[in-house]
Design a protein around this ligand. Structure first.
Ligand code: HEC
Length: 254
């Protein structure tokens, strides 16, 4: 007997559920990787594990009590050289990051052996090339956080990329039948609102460190709505059909 077809996640066929599940799984792994990456770059900005308000301030506003070079040597670049070597580099920064002293103090050898392996033009990584002393000296200037250039680049990538991800996550979730329609609309629109808040907050934090908490709020709200849509969609595809038949139409405002 042909079963009636209802417009909800629960009563879709195996093919569509497989497609949705494959997509949701890969996007969730991508999300986890993004969190790891945030930990590794921003999370270590203050030299301690875990993302804090200070990390966000240092990343966007800068740590204006010191240079980027110094801050990185206390933060994510800490494991790259011994304590003694890091102190020598910092000492050189405090003495004005002068070209002559660079060779006299033996900083050239430390950089050569401990930094150049990654910080070279051929590495393919978007990091400064320290085979050119001018780039190292630039990093030794007072840290004023993210440049407009970096912010513009990262902002547009995030806006396009994340909007695209939430388009499909939201589309799948819109077929969930068990969520009250108002809550559903809110959960679907929340990532977009908070994406705009998050990205605006990067720019605002660059101007004023008090906005750093808005970055936290934006990111957290986005992650929560993602998790909610993910769990509900998976539940309605794979667990709900085992419990009972779902005859509701998820696309109608009933
Ligand atoms: C294993 C590869 C590797 C080594 C070795 C390494 N770095 Fe880095 N460095 C990176 C990566 C990746 C980034 C970008 C992520 C970040 O900022 O933490 C970076 C970023 C930096 C930055 C910030 C650049 C910017 O414009 O944001 C500075 C300054 C820096 N490193 C200094 C050093 C110094 C000094 C050394 C040697 C003691 C060193 N690094 C060794 C990989 C490396």
């Amino acid at each position: 007997m042909a079963k009636q077809h209802y417009l909800n996640l629960s009563s879709q066929g195996l093919a569509l559920k497989a497609l949705f599940t494959g997509y949701l799984t890969v996007v969730a792994v991508g999300y986890l990787m993004a969190l790891v990456q945030i930990q590794l770059t921003h999370g270590m900005a203050d030299g301690e594990w875990g993302l804090s308000i200070d990390d966000i301030v240092y990343s966007y506003y800068g740590n204006r009590s010191g240079s980027l070079l110094e801050n990185k040597l206390h933060g994510s670049m800490k494991p790259m050289a011994s304590d003694e070597e890091r102190e020598q580099i910092i000492e050189w920064v405090h003495q004005g990051a002068d070209a002559e002293l660079y060779f006299d103090l033996g900083i050239d050898e430390i950089v050569e052996t401990k930094c150049i392996a990654c910080h070279n033009a051929a590495s393919g990584m978007p990091i400064p090339d320290f085979t050119n002393l001018a780039n190292l000296q630039k990093a030794a200037e007072i840290d004023t956080g993210a440049t407009i250039n970096t912010l513009a680049r990262v902002s547009h990538i995030h806006l396009f990329g994340i909007a695209f991800i939430f388009m499909f996550v939201g589309l799948i979730f819109s077929l969930a039948s068990g969520v009250p329609r108002k809550l559903k609309a809110i959960v679907i629109v929340m990532p977009y609102v908070f994406l705009l808040i998050d990205i605006s907050a990067w720019w605002l934090t660059r101007l004023n460190p008090n906005f750093a908490w808005l970055v936290m709020l934006g990111g957290t709200a986005m992650a929560l709505s993602f998790a909610f849509m993910w769990v509900v969609s998976m539940y309605e595809m794979w667990i709900l059909p085992r419990l009972r038949e779902d005859t509701r139409d998820a696309l109608l405002d009933e």
